[in-house]
Design a protein around this ligand. Structure first.
Ligand code: SF4
Ligand code: SF4
Length: 371
């Protein structure tokens, strides 16, 4: 069982002042969350070049780096793999990130969103060699990858680069643990084999494991009336022994407070609890039509401006709860942004999708339902 698991602040789903502008982070709220989190004795901040179009990093500079001693917090940042076009780009982006954060070193530096396609980009641009150099020169204390693909590819990567890497950031939650698509358990076991520290992302699967139908929540309550849905998800993610950090992408102080309490102190799930939660995962899987994690990476790729995760969330909600209001929300969103049927099947979004979804086909399902 893991011990002393840190609860990490994932600065990727921050509250926005304008819902249509990813960069318009509500900085007052961001600052409050950072102060509260630090005051509770936590100190692990996870950001990336891509989060909130740079506003996530810039907020950390203003509200963390300028206010607290450098050795009192850990900052993790990530190379935007999909933007790399040459070896020189490694330096260009890492320097830009240092500048945005106002620091002269990263505590942990990751190559972002490694999957089969992005591995090829990182290898062509010699990014593994570059981050190794960063570590040797002290610009990064530890290095690693954030990973979104199958376990056999991860095994190949760690066979090749395991000696230089310290950390793998993995999608790990009870719903994906036995998933054939995400292969959370198998990926975790590969990390254990290569003795990698594991940082967990998506422990609540983009909120999916919180927003469950009442009959499912009732079964959880019957098993343990004291434990919330969030606590089930976070404690499951924090239980495997190589897990060192569990990230949560919170957007308000209430969520922050609830999550902090769960890790003060952290208590791993016991065998009965694990068995129960995995049996519930099987029931929940039958209810989720589109297993989107709402990470939003596809949004940057779509030339038509289709709000893909919003539509998948509406579709899933309709399948779970059949609410008439969802049709009105779809109509308004489609009028302001673009309808699902605007998809041209260009497939730009498919490679970057962290859940390997056939987005154009699924948008056709969305259009069939709502249009
Ligand atoms: S395939 Fe459709 S949804 Fe994906 S990027 Fe192209 S237009 Fe956008
Ligand atoms: S469709 Fe894929 S990339 Fe887009 S939000 Fe969902 S999981 Fe993320």
């Amino acid at each position: 069982m893991a011990e002393d698991v840190m609860f990490g602040f994932g600065a990727m789903r921050l509250d926005l002042l304008d819902k249509n502008d990813e960069g318009s982070v509500d900085n007052k709220n961001y600052q409050e969350m950072i102060d509260y989190y630090m005051k509770q004795g936590f100190n692990y901040f996870d950001t990336s070049y891509a989060y909130h179009m740079g506003s996530s990093e810039e907020g950390l500079k203003e509200f963390l780096v300028k206010k607290y001693p450098r050795d009192s917090f850990t900052i993790v940042d990530k190379m935007p793999t999909w933007l790399l076009q040459s070896e020189e780009d490694n330096e260009k982006y890492s320097n830009e990130m240092l500048e945005r954060l106002g620091v002269d070193y990263f505590d942990i530096f990751l190559i972002h969103n490694i999957n089969e396609a992005f591995l090829a980009i990182a290898e062509n641009c010699k990014t593994f060699e570059y981050i190794q150099k960063m570590k040797e020169e002290g610009t990064a204390k530890k290095i690693g990858i954030s990973y979104h693909d199958r376990a056999d590819l991860l095994e190949k990567i760690l066979e090749k680069y395991g000696d230089i890497l310290d950390v793998v950031q993995l999608q790990l939650n009870y719903l994906d643990w036995e998933s054939q698509l995400t292969e959370s358990r198998k990926c975790y076991e590969v990390c254990e084999k290569y003795d990698m520290d594991v940082v967990v992302m998506e422990p609540i699967k983009g909120g999916t494991l919180f927003n469950l139908p009442d009959n499912i929540k009732d079964e959880f309550k019957a098993f343990n009336p004291e434990m919330s849905m969030v606590e089930w998800a976070l404690r499951f993610a924090a239980t495997p022994k190589n897990v060192k950090v569990v990230l949560s992408g919170m957007n308000n102080l209430e969520q922050m407070k609830e999550n902090c309490e769960i890790f003060k102190p952290f208590e791993p799930l016991n065998d009965d609890e694990i068995e129960f939660v995995l049996s519930m995962a099987e029931k929940i899987k039958e209810l989720i039509a589109i297993p989107c994690s709402y990470c939003g990476y596809c949004l940057k790729e779509c030339p038509e401006g289709i709000p893909i995760p919003d539509y998948f969330e509406l579709y899933n909600s309709e399948k779970m709860y059949s609410l008439p209001s969802l049709y009105a929300i779809y109509g308004t969103t489609a009028a302001v942004k673009a309808p699902a049927s605007a998809c041209t099947y260009c497939e730009s979004c498919v490679e970057i999708c962290t859940q390997k979804l056939e987005i154009p086909d699924l948008l056709e399902d969305v259009a069939d339902l709502f249009e």
